[in-house]
Design a protein around this ligand. Structure first.
Ligand SMILES: Nc1ncnc2c1ncn2[C@@H]1O[C@H](COP(=O)(O)OP(=O)(O)OP(=O)(O)O)[C@@H](O)[C@H]1O
Ligand SMILES: CC(=O)N[C@H]1[C@@H]2OC[C@@H](O2)[C@@H](O)[C@@H]1O[C@H](C)C(=O)O
Length: 366
């Protein structure tokens, strides 16, 4: 690593609850350079414990703290693997930006909870840790999410081309980058999380690879119509959502129990695709280019659905813009950590609705 590099680590564990994405990023130039990356899946018991914490349950404060400790140890392990892959030592890294694991997101009640023991992570790695990025934006009356659009604004904006970036994680969110106007962005609704939950329940698989199971079924038009009537979809931005709303319990309300399982999966894929396409049509106006990132960008059937729903645009992955679709969020959290360490704002009020730009997160020195 040369003398002038400015190394940060981003750690993202998102709403899919699949595992931990880590990225070692050199932020010394205008464009971030991904030095190394590492994905560490969650073992099934940890995923189950996290899912359980999404429900109001007995003794949840104690459970939350124990799981935070467990997560910090997982994040530290992933960091050590990442550093050894890159041949970089902890002392060469300026800071880790660690998102934590969202278990409640209630901006309307003035709080959001991302589990993590950042003190333990700093202790275990010997690297400064920036964590709890969303709370300050919520304190300034913002949604606290999505935060990645600020990073898109910084690195993917084009002066003459109207770009829209769609992240398809557990929840899907989009960033609108119109030349000459402010960047906006919001959560459009479910990304992969309903499809993941349904295939896990009925086939024991973590996700529907390439949407193959969904493709074997038929969309149920009446069910799709009723799901799309969920009031969240019609809310104007700024808005954000999560597992608090979109869950199997939410889906169950609309099912009568006679539907073929593969037809429900087809309908859930259509719900994800249609809610994204409708959000682009309604809020982004005339766009020029659409780019996808997040794990859902690999779901061929979903990408084909989006392409059919928005035939005028060529839909590509963000690789075409020089940022790997799988590492976008982790790279963004490395950048957010750099912003915080330099005491610069990380949020965009035009996205989250916060009253002002804020320096995000809390710093846990090494
Ligand atoms: N080949 C594939 N076919 C279908 N789905 C896929 C494929 N590869 C990944 N996925 C989906 O992507 C998900 C993981 O995506 P990602 O890592 O972006 O989620 P995340 O980090 O939880 O995101 P967010 O924080 O945005 O919610 C998996 O759970 C799965 O649903
Ligand atoms: C509260 C929370 O964890 N929100 C996540 C989630 O996953 C996707 C979408 O919902 C987005 O709002 C956000 O994550 C990304 C990293 C963001 O803040 O941009």
């Amino acid at each position: 690593m040369n003398q002038s590099s400015d190394l940060y680590i981003g750690i993202m564990s998102g709403t899919s609850l699949d595992g931990i994405d880590t990225a070692l990023v050199d932020l010394s130039e205008t464009s971030p350079r991904l030095v190394a990356s590492h994905y560490q899946p969650y073992a099934e018991p940890l995923k189950e414990a996290l899912l359980a914490l999404h429900q109001v349950s007995h003794n949840e404060l104690h459970q939350a703290q124990l799981i935070s400790n467990r997560l910090a140890r997982e994040y530290a392990d992933a960091t050590l693997v990442l550093l050894s892959k890159a041949g970089v030592t902890a002392s060469q890294v300026q800071a880790i930006g660690c998102h934590g694991q969202t278990v409640r997101h209630r901006p309307e009640h003035g709080y959001t909870i991302q589990l993590n023991n950042a003190a333990l992570l700093a202790e275990l790695t010997g690297i400064h840790v920036v964590s709890d990025f969303r709370s300050r934006d919520i304190a300034a009356r913002g949604q606290g999410a999505p935060l990645v659009p600020a990073f898109h604004d910084k690195v993917l904006r084009h002066p003459g081309i109207h770009r829209v970036i769609v992240n398809i994680g557990g929840i899907a969110n989009l960033t609108d980058l119109p030349p000459g106007s402010a960047t906006t962005g919001f959560d459009s609704g479910p990304g992969n999380l309903l499809m993941d939950a349904w295939i896990t329940r009925h086939q024991g698989k973590a996700y529907d690879k390439n949407g193959t199971w969904a493709t074997s079924g038929k969309v149920i038009p009446d069910l799709l119509h009723r799901l799309l009537a969920e009031p969240y979809f019609a809310l104007p931005p700024p808005k954000s959502t999560g597992r608090d709303l979109f869950s199997l319990a939410w889906l169950q309300i609309y099912l009568n129990g006679t539907e073929a399982h593969e037809d429900v999966q087809a309908t859930l894929l259509a719900l994800t695709g249609e809610s994204i396409a409708a959000a682009v049509r309604r809020y982004c106006g005339e766009t020029d280019e659409i780019y996808l990132c997040g794990g859902g960008a690999h779901n061929e059937a979903l990408v084909a659905y989006l392409q059919r729903a928005m035939p005028r645009y060529r839909i590509q992955k963000t690789e075409a813009l020089g940022i790997a679709a799988d590492w976008m969020e982790a790279i963004a959290f490395a950048w957010l950590a750099q912003q915080t360490m330099h005491l610069k704002p990380g949020n965009l009020p035009s996205v989250t609705g916060a009253r002002h730009p804020c320096v995000l997160g809390a710093i846990y020195p090494a």
